[in-house]
Ligand binder design. Structure first.
Ligand code: ADP
Ligand code: MG
Length: 680
């Protein structure tokens, strides 16, 4: 039933069918699951005279005259009119939408919805939502629009669609037992009321129920994927060489490192390919874990790849691995964009023949036509810069190789379930012995002079320092300010020192040049935007200053701070902020108190919510119809628990009560393979 052609629904002809496709609506099912963006509350209309500029309102008014067209410059048209509720008026500006302008008829009454602003003493509203006035409804749905399909038309179409859809037994993805356990509405009720709610209460429970349903389907799908997405691999590691590797190290591994290595080796010893995420705080020693696995793979005659997000990190990892894996029979190469064409060709030839045991590189490795002889292990560093797709691309090159993803971003468990749902997770929750705590201070800008003095003393004693200025990398202003700040410091305060500047708008080659100079010690003070955040290792740097620290999230501050404290010398982090707000002060206070990235991530999530938590890092959560990972965290937790319970009792979802859920998952995964569900 749900796949009857759209055209059979009253109100839809060939033309509208095409328009609906633009909204991703292909079936009756899609149509009834196309949810309103918001609702106009006709019970709460505001008189124009009571409106405050800057606020959003719904109000009822009569159109004074047919909108007048004004062309302001090529390609830009404003239609202007004035509407009034009898006592006061609002100027209406409609940008570029002849269609919306034409829909306003002089003398007719409509509901307008939008944000009012003040302009030259009168109120103005630009591109308002417009609805015809309908006395019967309390709450009216407002749908996402596409040109040529008004919300009103969609309303009618969806009403017709619901009548057809709800006539039959509809699939119920949420098993009855779960529905009653969580006090959810029946799907019939929820669908009807999400579109045309009789009351706020009805709307709330319907929304809650549909959000629950969507998240339950998603979470169950993830858990199913995890247990099922395990093709066979012939690359079973016969012998575990990790103890042999450990005995060659100049230091003792932490017990957390040993545990994680054991977890990985155990994975690699089965015929199911490893698919594991290793999370470890900055400096927890993830690279050694990778080295141990690469060593074991090589000893078992398998090739390995380690991918890093930038050339400089790849180069650094290569040096580290060469230093850690001292076995002369194990061969390795570095493959990055700046390797000469001739050398590249040679490396690829040897890779293909199996003469190279492990290779370190950037995604140049992926895009190029690299072939392997016997690729057994793929390690990627800083996963969120790559994404599942690229990882997949490399996996294709082997015969289901084992994969390990290393992430230095501590992520609270609930969230890693969402983002890395298809991966097993290991956590290195311990720092190597003897690591000194990075002493952290929060100061205001009156401390600048003293701080500069402190930096000079640091440099004079042979160490190096960072100063980070806040930057949304794209925003010109911030970059200008970082540039200007660096120039000022170089000219005045630090004129006797070697100052370098790094920002996101620089060419990769120039960035690398600066970073190398800093690594070599040729730059003593590096002024930078947040580009240095990505895992660069300069053990000689011992001071990290972060300007306008209140602008960063806790997790980001923690990442930045992790650039120091990597060597034997005592390190410091200075957070500079004039923010007076209580929450800003509280956040900086947390930074001063703890060095534990996971504790900080939890706090960050608690204080800012997942939206902000992810916002700046752009993890790219999957797109949802109605649920939001930023607003429905509690439901995320609930549905995770529910999904686990369902699968524990019925792992293959074969019981009749789970049939609806099974079908829903199947449909979701079809969409996923059509690339709808992308994880950055
Ligand atoms: P991250 O987890 O941030 O990638 P690295 O792997 O770069 O950390 O390790 C940070 C530093 O700590 C490196 O210099 C590494 O050699 C050193 N290291 C790693 N494990 C240990 C250990 N168990 N004991 C002492 N030093 C260690
Ligand atoms: Mg690292």
């Amino acid at each position: 039933m749900s796949d009857i052609p759209l055209r059979y629904i009253k109100g839809i002809g060939e033309k509208r069918e095409e328009l609906l496709k633009k909204l991703d609506i292909y079936s009756l099912y899609d149509l009834v699951h196309f949810f309103p963006r918001t609702y106009l509350d006709f019970t709460a209309l505001t008189p124009i005279s009571q409106m405050i500029p800057g606020e959003t309102y719904a109000f009822k008014a009569i159109v004074g005259y047919t909108p007048v067209e004004n062309k302001i410059r090529t390609g830009m048209t404003i239609y202007k009119t004035m509407v009034t509720d009898g006592k006061a008026g609002v100027r209406i500006n409609i940008f570029n939408s002849k269609y919306l302008a034409d829909s306003l008829v002089q003398g007719e009454e409509y509901i307008f919805y939008g944000r009012v602003t003040a302009s030259g003493g009168s109120l103005e509203m630009s591109n308002p939502l417009v609805q015809t006035y309908d006395k019967d409804t309390g709450l009216k749905p407002v749908y996402p629009l596409t040109a040529g399909l008004s919300s009103n038309i969609l309303c009618k179409i969806i009403e017709n669609a619901l009548d057809i859809y709800l006539k039959d037994d509809i699939p119920l993805p949420v098993p009855e037992k779960i529905r009653s356990e969580y006090s959810l509405a029946h799907k019939q009720f929820a669908l009807r009321n999400i579109h045309f709610p009789k009351s706020r209460n009805d709307l709330e429970i319907s929304k809650k129920s549909l959000i629950f349903e969507e998240l339950l389907i998603f979470q169950t799908a993830m858990l199913r994927l995890k247990s099922r997405n395990k093709g066979k691999t012939s690359l079973t590691v016969g012998s575990d060489y990790s103890s042999e590797f450990m005995s060659t190290l100049p230091f003792e591994l932490t017990s957390a490192q040993k545990r994680v290595i054991a977890e990985c080796i155990k994975d690699m010893q089965t015929a199911v390919p490893m698919n594991r995420l290793v999370q470890g705080d900055v400096g927890s020693g993830k690279t050694v874990v990778a080295a141990s696995l690469i060593y074991t793979a090589a000893k078992n005659k398998m090739q390995s790849v380690l991918m890093a997000p930038t050339e400089i990190l790849a180069t650094q990892h290569f040096a580290t691995l060469k230093n850690l894996i001292k076995d002369e029979n194990i061969t390795c190469e570095l493959l990055t964009g700046s390797v000469s064409a001739k050398k590249k060709a040679d490396i690829k030839e040897r890779l293909k023949k199996g003469e190279i045991d492990y290779i370190v590189g950037t995604h140049a490795l992926l895009t190029d036509n690299t072939e392997f002889h016997n690729l057994g292990l793929v390690v990627t560093d800083e996963q969120h810069r790559f994404g599942v797709k690229q990882r997949g691309a490399l996996i294709q090159k082997g015969n289901n190789p084992h994969t390990l993803v290393m992430s230095a971003t501590p992520i609270p468990r609930t969230l890693s379930l969402i983002i890395y749902g298809d991966l097993d997770v290991s956590i290195i929750d311990e720092l190597p012995k003897g690591r000194q705590k990075i002493s952290t201070f929060a100061v205001d800008t009156t401390y600048h002079q003293r701080m500069y003095g402190f930096i000079k003393k640091t440099i004079d004693s042979g160490n190096q320092a960072y100063i980070v200025c806040p930057a949304v990398e794209e925003a010109e202003n911030d970059i200008t300010s970082a540039v200007k700040y660096a120039e000022d410091l170089a000219k005045k305060e630090f004129k006797d020192y070697k100052v370098g500047l790094l920002h996101g708008k620089m060419k990769p080659k120039d960035k690398d040049k600066i970073m190398s100079a800093f690594q070599e010690g040729d730059i003593q003070l590096l002024v930078s935007t947040t580009v240095i955040e990505v895992g660069v290792d300069v053990p000689n740097a011992t001071v990290m200053v972060i300007e306008n620290a209140e602008r960063f999230g806790l997790s980001q501050l923690h990442q930045l701070r992790g650039r120091v404290g990597r060597g034997k010398d005592k390190s410091y982090c200075v957070l500079v902020s004039d923010a007076q707000g209580e929450s800003a002060r509280a956040r900086l206070e947390i930074m001063c108190k703890t060095n534990n990235g996971f504790a900080i991530a939890d706090k960050d999530l608690e204080l800012r919510g997942p939206g902000e938590f992810f916002g700046s890092r752009q993890h790219g959560l999957p797109e949802m119809k109605i649920a939001s990972f930023t607003e429905n965290m509690d439901t995320v937790r609930q549905t995770n628990a529910a999904a686990r319970k369902i699968l524990a009792e019925d792992p293959t979802l074969s019981k009749p009560e789970n049939a609806g859920l099974k079908t829903a998952i199947k449909n979701l995964l079809i969409k996923q393979s059509e690339n709808k569900l992308s994880f950055n």
